[in-house]
Design a binder for this molecule. Structure first.
Ligand SMILES: [Fe+2]
Length: 293
């Protein structure tokens, strides 16, 4: 079966693709999928349950240069490009890291080169609460009242991993101050414009997340960052804000999203149900943004 793109899913976010075959896909089809991710933000490849880690890495490379996560404890044992989130030990050994990403963020927003694409493959899905929350930060910017748009213009924000850096097994018994110093040295905060223009679509994106954005510079209002978090739904603990999309997974899905425009948040079960996912992350040939606003 050849690749078929569905219509944008009205209930949620993204375009469904059936008949995708990683061994048969053409460069033209990858280009079409790439443009669809930029435009529609989420592409769901159905029925990919049999994909091997080697095929998954190959798929990722079709979208751009893959970047391995900076902390090796997240790496797949054979393919360091694959980031593993898992609470299921294999042969008694922890593989990857459990309970990742349960906070609003864009992947690698705290690094000098945040990713263009996140390619996510849930491997073991819990029976309930299987999915990811997304907020489209171009939509969120458009929905801001004019006074917040004006207040954000020309400001910049710093982003850091410090609030969500996970203590590694080797950190046990280390002084916390030493660990904190090391985190600040290895991953110092990065600063980007608060509002930026998407290099492909031209959309205006509010590039902030409650998990990683730690400071806003260039405003007289010390509460501006919190006001922007509030207005974009990131402080809603019930997840009913109209900008929050809950994207559900089916077994075998691979989901590709535009990491410039979307922030996301993992939806982990409150009960300890088994959950395993793989992801790869890719850069494209465009700068992070075309211009600052
Ligand atoms: Fe993430």
């Amino acid at each position: 079966m050849s690749m078929v793109l569905g219509a944008q899913q009205s209930a949620g976010l993204g375009v469904e693709v059936r008949g995708f075959d990683v061994d048969a896909v053409t460069p033209a089809e990858i280009e079409r999928l790439t443009q669809t991710v930029y435009r529609d933000k989420v592409v769901v490849l159905r029925d990919q349950g049999d994909i091997t880690p080697a095929q998954f890495v190959r798929l990722g490379r079709m979208f751009g240069e893959l970047v391995s996560y900076h902390e090796p404890m997240y790496h797949h044992p054979e393919f360091e490009e694959i980031f593993v989130s898992s609470n299921v030990p294999e042969d008694g050994k922890q593989i990857g890291v459990p309970k990742t990403g349960k906070f609003w963020h864009a992947d690698y927003q705290f690094m000098p080169k945040p990713f263009a694409f996140t390619i996510f493959s849930p491997k073991v899905l819990p029976a309930k609460n299987r999915g990811t929350f997304f907020i489209n930060m171009a939509q969120a910017y458009e929905a801001l009242p004019d006074e917040l748009k004006d207040a954000a213009a020309g400001t910049r924000c710093s982003h850091s991993v410090r609030k969500f850096f996970k203590i590694r097994p080797d950190d046990v018994y280390r002084p916390l101050g030493e660990v904190i110093r090391e985190v600040e040295e290895h991953t110092p905060p990065v600063t980007f414009p608060t509002v930026m223009e998407h290099p492909v679509t031209g959309e205006k994106i509010l590039f902030i997340s409650e998990g990683f954005t730690v400071e806003l510079h260039g405003s007289d209002d010390p509460d501006l960052l919190d006001k922007l978090f509030e207005a974009t739904g990131q402080l809603d603990t019930e997840f009913t804000h109209p900008l929050i999309h809950q994207h559900g997974y089916e077994s075998g899905d691979i989901v590709i999203w535009d990491n410039r425009t979307l922030i996301h948040r993992a939806l982990h079960t409150t009960t300890p149900a088994a959950t395993v996912s793989h992801r790869v992350t890719a850069l494209d040939d465009h700068p992070l943004y075309a211009r600052a606003l």
